[in-house]
Ligand binder design. Structure first.
Ligand code: F6P
Length: 355
C-alpha cells in the first residue's frame, strides 16, 4: 500500500512530528515511501507533491509549521468535488491518504471516504475544538505560549496597578482562554461558549481592587461575545457568512476602562500562538497519532479519525494504586520500536512480563 499525506487549514506546532511518524511507519511497516502533498488539498488538485522518506524528514521534529505547507481550500474544493482528487491520487499510485487538519480538512476527508477512497484523519488545531478527540495537535504549544503571556502580563500589571486584557485565539471554543486563564490565574476568562456581562466583570474587578489586589488579568477568546446588554462593533462577515473576528480584546479593554476607571491595556497575542517549536507534548501527540493513522490503514480500516480520549479526572482506591508502578504500555513500547531508529523491543524485552 502506498500512502499519501497532507496538512490542511491553519498551521500549528507538531504537524511535522505527525508527518514524520506517518513516513517512518510507512517505511518501517510497508517498506514504501510516502507521497507528501503540498499546500493541503491544493497540492492534490494541482498534482504538486514530493516523495517523503526517513531521510527527507531529518531535522523536522523540533520545527514548527508544516514542511508540506498548508492552505484553506474550501471554495475551490466545493466547486470541483472529489473526482479530481481521486484521479490525481490514482495517478500518483496512492492507495490511502492520511489527512492532518481541522474541521475543513475533516469535511473533505469525509467526502473522499464516502466516494470510496480510504482516508484516515489526524486532528490538529490550536483551538482544540475538533469533535471526537480530547486534544488536537498544536493546542499544547499554543497553551504554553498563552500561559507565558499571562504570567508576563501579571508582573507588569502589578507594577502599574492595571487591568491587562489578553486576547487569545479561539473562534468557536474557548480552550486556549480557559487553559491559559486557569493556569495563569486570570481574574476573568471570557469564552465563546458563555456570553459575558461587561457590567458583572467590571463589578468583580472593582471588588478585587478594593480588596487591595492591585492588578487583574482578563483573558478573552477572540470569538467571545458579550450578552445582549451592549452593542458590539460590526466587523462584517466573510465569504461563508461567518462573523469576522476583529478586536474583541480591544473592545473589552475599552469597555472595562470606561466602567471601572482603572488604567487598562490590551494585548492581542495572535499568530505567535501558532508559530515556533512544538512543545514535547505536541511532538509526542503528533508522533502517536501519525503512527496510529498508518496502523489503522494497515488494519484495513478507514473513514475515521484517530483521537485521544479519557484525559478526565478519575478516582482510584488507594489500595489499587499504592506501591505500584505505571509502566509504558505494550502499545507504547511497540510504537517506540517502530518509530525509533534502533530497535527498542529486543527478544528479551518482548518476552519479559511488564504488566
Ligand atoms: O487555526 C485556528 C485559528 O487559529 C483560529 O483561532 C483563528 O481565528 C484562525 O485560525 C485564523 O486563521 P487564518 O488567519 O490563518 O486564516
Amino acid at each position: 500500500m502506498r500512502i499519501g499525506v497532507l496538512t490542511g487549514g491553519g498551521d500549528c506546532a507538531g504537524l511535522n512530528a505527525a508527518i514524520r511518524a506517518v513516513v517512518r511507519m510507512a517505511g518501517h511497516e510497508l517498506d514504501r515511501n510516502v507521497v507528501g502533498y503540498k499546500r493541503g488539498w491544493n497540492g492534490v488538485l494541482d498534482g504538486d507533491s514530493i516523495t517523503l522518506d526517513t531521510e527527507a524528514m531529518r531535522g523536522t521534529l523540533p520545527r514548527g509549521g508544516t514542511m508540506l505547507g498548508t492552505s484553506r481550500s474550501s471554495r475551490r474544493l466545493q466547486s470541483v468535488g472529489t473526482a479530481p482528487l481521486i484521479a490525481q491520487l490514482e495517478r500518483d499510485d496512492v492507495e490511502a491518504l492520511v489527512t492532518i487538519g481541522g474541521d475543513g480538512t475533516l469535511i473533505t476527508a469525509g467526502r473522499l471516504s464516502e466516494a470510496g477512497f480510504p482516508v484516515v484523519a489526524v486532528p490538529k488545531t490550536i483551538d482544540n475544538d475538533v469533535s471526537g478527540t480530547d486534544i488536537c495537535i498544536g493546542f499544547d504549544t499554543a497553551l504554553g505560549v498563552a500561559t507565558e503571556a499571562v504570567d508576563r502580563l501579571h508582573t507588569t500589571a502589578e507594577s502599574h496597578n492595571r487591568i491587562m486584557v489578553l486576547e487569545v485565539m479561539g473562534r468557536e471554543a474557548g480552550h486556549i482562554a480557559a487553559g491559559a486563564g486557569i493556569a495563569g490565574g486570570a481574574a476573568a476568562i471570557l469564552v465563546p461558549e458563555a456570553p459575558f456581562s461587561l457590567d458583572e466583570i467590571a463589578e468583580r474587578l472593582e471588588a478585587r481592587h478594593h480588596r487591595s489586589r492591585n492588578a487583574s488579568i482578563v483573558v478573552v477568546a477572540e470569538g467571545a461575545i458579550p450578552d445582549g446588554s451592549v452593542e458590539i462593533p460590526d466587523t462584517g462577515t466573510d465569504e461563508w457568512g461567518n462573523r469576522i473576528l476583529d478586536g474583541m480584546g480591544q473592545f473589552v479593554g475599552e469597555q472595562l476602562a470606561e466602567r471601572t476607571g482603572f488604567d487598562t491595556r490590551t494585548t492581542v497575542l495572535g499568530y505567535i500562538q501558532r508559530g515556533g517549536p512544538p512543545s514535547p507534548a505536541d511532538r509526542l501527540l503528533g508522533s502517536r497519532l501519525g503512527a496510529r493513522a498508518v496502523e489503522v490503514l494497515m488494519e484495513g480500516q478507514s473513514g475515521a479519525m484517530v483521537g485521544v480520549h479519557s484525559v478526565g479526572i478519575a478516582l482510584k482506591p488507594l489500595a489499587e494504586v499504592a506501591g505500584r508502578t505505571r509502566y509504558l504500555s505494550q502499545d507504547q513500547l511497540e510504537m517506540l520500536d517502530l518509530i525509533s531508529t534502533a530497535p527498542v523491543l529486543t527478544s528479551h524485552s518482548k518476552s519479559r512480563r511488564w504488566f
